[in-house]
Design a binder for this molecule. Sequence first.
Ligand SMILES: Nc1ncnc2c1ncn2[C@@H]1O[C@H](COP(=O)(O)OP(=O)(O)OP(=O)(O)O)[C@@H](O)[C@H]1O
Ligand SMILES: [Mg+2]
Length: 369
Amino acid sequence: METNKRKILVVDDNSDFVDFIRKILEDKDYKVSVAMDGKTAIEKASSDLPELVMLDLKLPDIPGEEVLKRVKEINKDIAVVVITGFGGEQIAVDLMRKGAIDFLSKPIEHEVLLASVKNALDIREAQIEDRQFDRYPSLESFFPFLAHEIRNPLHAISGALAIIQRRSDVKDELLGQSIKIINEEVQHLNEFVQECLNFVRPPNIVRFIEVEINEVISVVMNIISNMLEVESKKIKVVTEMDPHLPKIYANYEEIKQAFLNIVKNTFEAMPQGGVFTIKTSRKSSSPTHIEVAFIDNGMGIKKENMGRLFNPFFTTKLRGTGLGLAICRRIIVDRHSGKIYIHSEENKGTTVTVELPIGRRLGDTSGAR
Ligand SMILES: Nc1ncnc2c1ncn2[C@@H]1O[C@H](COP(=O)(O)OP(=O)(O)OP(=O)(O)O)[C@@H](O)[C@H]1O
Ligand SMILES: [Mg+2]
């Protein structure tokens, strides 16, 4: 499986150091090539196309900064981690602004090296993924653009924070707490960006299979009780499942996602606790469809907001992205030819009703397996 190994080019003129790094990386199944000077590094970056270059800044022939620039010109998807000797941090930080993902100072510990390599490869993948969305024209091209512009500085922040964490005094509680807060906020933003990207992702029609809706609901309830543990304890869940509910042709993952978004909203609408009822049934008025009702007796929805619930980014929550229902509509209506309605009365509660066709959608050629 040689070809599947991830390729790393180590650039350093110190053969002991190169051997040290090579051993650690090869033990973890990376494919390592070596360049002892800048010229060879540039040649190998071009011929081997490594995913990652570990670049020592002090090379006998060409300055590290120039090598970084040339490597990025060869292929901007090559991730670069800069290695410095004692006192080289300032230059390294400067190079991070010019495209390096991280920097490591010698001597490098085994674990720190591996963590940095993994992190750099993950960031590279995320950056490539972001760019793939550039192909989609129209309104939706705004999201990938936004994602790209937010993710890049976020990666830089994460990288710089990891360095601060490594260097900082572990006993300093306030510092530790501050780092934790930054980490959490960065993660929150990353998740938000990911949700935006999921929103514009093209439909996955290949995944249409026979789906047991009652089963999807139990899975969703399981996930939600772990996700919203505190709220769960205060909410009584009543299920009224039709035991003869027919299976439907659907994209399991997408339906699960849609139901999760709906149930999450109901739980968030009952912060003081309440009763949540889920009913499944075959629609009597339209036997080709099944119906799922999600009923809560939570805070309800203000009349003036009813028309905006499905708009992307409409939220009344401090931490909401406002994409939950927009994604539901896309999955249920656009991708499954179903329907979704919301009835609500302020301070009384909300009922979300989803209708889904049982049979295969017209135009769906993926077949059921
Ligand atoms: N069951 C419900 N009870 C009360 N309000 C609801 C309910 N479901 C949705 N809403 C209202 O609809 C708005 C939009 O919901 P949506 O799921 O799209 O976004 P969100 O929940 O605010 O954020 P996100 O789902 O991205 O975390 C919510 O902010 C809330 O005001
Ligand atoms: Mg929501």
